[in-house]
Design a protein around this ligand. Structure first.
Ligand code: ADP
Length: 584
């Protein structure tokens, strides 16, 4: 609300009224004085209202200046104390084109507390200063520089007053009102009103200053919060771009924060993981194991680096995880939780385990092969020595020992052949499948085995449909059938039988070598195709346990499968399934 309009100066001050002799006009003077008082009061009420309505300091000072000019002075300047000195004054002039003079004067630097400056004097004393007519040397005594002098002369301070702005006994600032020689001189009535105004606005200024301080504090806090949010967002970006899983956990086993990699590893979103306890996300035993390791770091305050753990997740999946557990410190440096940087090393661990297993298998292979070679080599060496020492003289012994040497040399040759075939199949040598007639190969291998079978009194039958063909190299099919026939003859007691059967079923042909032999215990059966595996009971020395493994590898190289059925003391049946060649 704008302040009420008043004449430039109240025409009759109380001082003047008191100086008048009692005349017939005395009543009129009293009546006018009463009117003045009422108007003054109204002005004050409205002006103070306008100022105190404003909660911001700039608004309050603006309200004060605009209320004071031109009612109490031609111009007004308000200087407030601020942290470490004085704030830039707020200025107001009745003639807008002279505002710049007040602004330039405000910019003149005077030593702090300089007693020549009436504003400094009033700030120090807390009492008003009023000069209705300035002395001729006013400018000269105040000016600190020629420029200051020029500004003062141009402003032409003919009368002025400095009124302290006070609240709760403190001088918050000074309101200076002035007029030039062309204006009416300021009077004591102006001073009384200005002082009343100043007393009332002091509280408003204090309130506004307080508000300003609170605002500054709030905006500082908002800035700090925004900076924190920005920092958190930046951190989140960094956390989310690293491939390692990162968790922040408190001492209560609760996840305070995690990155996207960590949440993804659990098949969840970051929101679903943050704030939850570890035992809600991991199986109880695992959560306990984690917690124990983490608590050790919390209580010692020392990091645990490279902790390798095998975990079974909810759902049963097994993973290997390597964790660095670092203490997470509070504001006073105390350990309040842990930061975990974890990497899923399952792939690496499996590759390492595989490499170790492979190395062990290779060592075992060499040891096994050497061992298997030693027996026939020892036999050859022993019988050759016996011959040299004189046994050659006996034709019977000579023939017998030479047969033994030959048989062992054949065994060695067969073993070397098997090893070479295995090595070729396991290496990069490609196989060349051709259409091969099963019956022809089966009959050929059965014929070769016949003499051994006869020696044991075994019958050998081949029952394969004419024209049944599979896709395989003939020598490889022959090698596989030879091993199966050898075993059948080897593990069938005299008087028994051995049979080779085959039939085509769609795209597949099935060849079965069966016997009426000793059979294989059911617990051993699943392992008979493993390399160097021998069934303890049925194995004879000199049997390296390579034959069935080679059969499996040979058949597998052509996309086929092997299987075995057996009953103890009743016999066994070994099957080979291979891609068949369609009839033309
Ligand atoms: P090897 O090359 O020493 O003959 P194999 O890999 O061919 O070894 O056979 C592995 C083991 O399976 C043999 O030691 C034997 O105990 C058992 N086995 C294989 N064929 C038969 C069969 N027809 N009857 C009984 N046992 C067999």
């Amino acid at each position: 609300m704008p302040p009420p309009s008043l004449p430039p100066c109240f025409p009759f001050s109380s001082d003047e009224a008191r100086g008048c002799a009692y005349t017939a006009n005395h009543d009129r003077v009293l009546a006018r004085e009463a009117g003045e008082s009422r108007e003054r009061l109204e002005f004050l009420v409205t002006a103070v209202q306008a100022i105190t309505d404003s909660v911001d300091l700039g608004g309050a000072l603006h309200g004060l200046c605009s209320a004071a000019v031109p009612r109490l002075g031609q111009w007004c300047s308000i200087t407030l104390r601020s942290v470490g000195g004085l704030a830039a004054p707020q200025v107001w002039h009745d003639s807008p084109d002279r505002v710049h003079l007040l602004q330039e004067l405000a910019g003149v630097r005077m030593p702090p507390g300089d007693r020549r400056n009436p504003v400094h004097r009033v700030l120090a004393s807390g009492r008003s200063e009023f000069v209705s007519r300035t002395a001729p040397d006013f400018n000269a005594r105040l000016a600190v520089s020629p420029e200051h002098m020029r500004l003062l002369e141009e402003l032409d301070v003919a009368s002025y007053m400095c009124v302290p702005l006070r609240s709760h006994g403190k001088t918050l600032g000074v309101m200076t009102l002035g007029a030039d020689s062309g204006w009416r001189p300021l009077c004591r009535t102006d001073l009384v009103i200005a002082e009343q105004l100043a007393t009332r606005v002091g509280a408003a200024i204090e309130k506004a200053q307080l508000h300003q301080a609170v605002e500054a504090e709030l905006s500082e806090r908002r800035r700090a919060e925004a900076a924190l949010r920005r920092q958190e967002a930046e951190q989140a970006v960094i956390l989310d771009t690293v491939r390692a899983m990162i968790w922040y956990k408190d001492a209560d086993n609760r996840i305070l924060r995690c990155n996207r990699a960590a949440a993804r590893w659990l098949g969840k979103s970051v929101k679903e993981v943050q704030g939850r306890r570890v035992d809600e996300l991991f199986p109880p035993a695992l959560a306990r194991q984690y917690h124990a390791n983490d608590l050790a770091v919390i209580s010692s305050g020392k990091a645990a680096v490279g902790v390798l753990e095998e975990l079974t997740l909810r759902g049963g999946a097994k993973r290997w995880v390597q964790r660095d557990i670092l203490p997470y410190r509070g504001e006073r440096g105390e350990t309040v939780g842990v930061v975990i940087i974890a990497v899923d090393v399952t792939k690496r661990k499996r590759a390492e385990d595989l490499a170790v297993a492979k190395e062990r298998a290779e060592r075992e292979f060499v040891a096994n092969v050497s061992h298997e070679f030693r027996t026939p080599v020892a036999a050859i060496k022993g019988f050759a020595q016996t011959l040299r020492e004189g046994a050659w003289r006996s034709p019977k012994d000579r023939a017998k020992f030479l047969n033994i040497i030959e048989a062992n040399a054949d065994r060695l040759d067969a073993m070397v052949g098997d090893l070479l075939t295995l090595s070729a199949l396991e290496g990069s040598t490609p196989v060349r499948p051709v259409a091969v007639e099963v019956g022809r190969v089966a009959r050929d291998r059965a014929r070769r085995a016949m003499s051994r079978a006869r020696r044991k009194g075994l019958s050998v039958d081949v029952s394969v449909p004419r024209g049944l063909k599979v896709r395989m190299e003939p020598s490889h099919l022959g090698q596989a059938l030879e091993h199966l026939l050898d075993n059948a003859i080897k593990f069938t007691p005299p008087g028994g039988w051995v049979r080779v059967k085959a039939r085509g079923a769609g795209k597949e042909a099935r060849i079965v070598v069966e016997d009426s032999g000793i059979g294989i215990p059911s617990v051993e059966l699943p392992r008979v195709f493993d390399r160097f595996y021998r069934v303890a009971k049925g194995a004879k020395s000199g049997s390296p346990g390579l034959g069935l493994h080679l059969v499996k590898k040979l058949v597998g190289a052509y996309g086929g499968r092997v299987s075995a059925r057996s009953r103890l003391a009743r016999g066994s049946a070994f099957s080979i399934s291979l891609p068949a060649v369609a009839d033309r």
